[in-house]
Design a protein. Structure first.
Length: 214
């Protein structure tokens, strides 16, 4: 799908110095340890993501943000995270990594505006729509906020399924789905039932990727 907005962050910038340094120094050992096997739903899913996009994935553990970066290694990510992290002692790191804080109990227009601006500027915004870590093996219900983000930012949604190994010697499996064009499906002013229907469809898509991941 061709997007109107093709802007991307520069290859090198002092703004991303900490992000890029940690990504390289921590990412390379991570690649050796987890040995990710990345597969794609189809040929369309193999195409490089250009411009703004929402990446969503299941949430099975603490390392999931790293796994999502493995999935789309050639781009910088801005992760959606709970505002509590920005009120903790680690807030300096979350800010340097470009994370976007949201109040999970009270998602407001200010948060939506920040996210839509990031997407319009060509950023990847990554989110775990289950809302919290879920290692039960079954996908929890998705929150519809990511659909609103994609609509507001006029960006596609890219589904990713993560299957970490049960033991340290097992490989990480990542299945990447084809980008989904939400705008063309529901237009500029969808109703709430439409948004909930799309959210349910995205959940079904994640279930499909789960089966493909094996």
């Amino acid at each position: 799908m061709e997007q109107e907005n093709k802007k991307r962050s520069p290859l090198f910038s002092l703004k991303y110095l900490v992000y890029d340094f940690v990504k390289i120094t921590a990412g390379l050992p991570g690649l050796l340890w987890f040995r990710p096997r990345i597969r794609y739903e189809n040929e369309a899913a193999k195409k490089r993501i250009r411009g703004g996009a929402v990446i969503f994935a299941n949430h099975v553990g603490f390392f999931d943000p790293i796994f999502v970066m493995f999935a789309v290694w050639y781009r910088r990510h801005r992760f959606i995270c709970s505002k509590e992290f920005f009120e903790s002692k680690a807030r300096w790191w979350f800010k340097r990594f470009g994370c976007i804080p949201v109040d999970r109990q009270n998602f407001n227009l200010g948060s939506l505006r920040t996210i839509s601006e990031a997407l319009t500027e060509g950023c990847l915004v990554s989110i775990f729509p289950e809302g919290s870590i879920n290692d039960s093996g079954a996908l929890a219900a998705f929150k519809s906020g990511m659909v609103l983000m994609a609509l507001q930012g006029k960006a596609p949604i890219v589904p990713v399924y993560l299957r970490p190994g049960k033991h340290f010697y097992n490989r990480l499996h990542i299945m990447i789905g084809e980008p989904i064009d939400i705008i063309s499906r529901c237009g500029g002013r969808p109703s709430m039932p439409q948004i909930e229907e799309i959210t349910a469809d995205l959940h079904r898509k994640e279930e499909e990727l789960k089966l493909l991941a094996g």
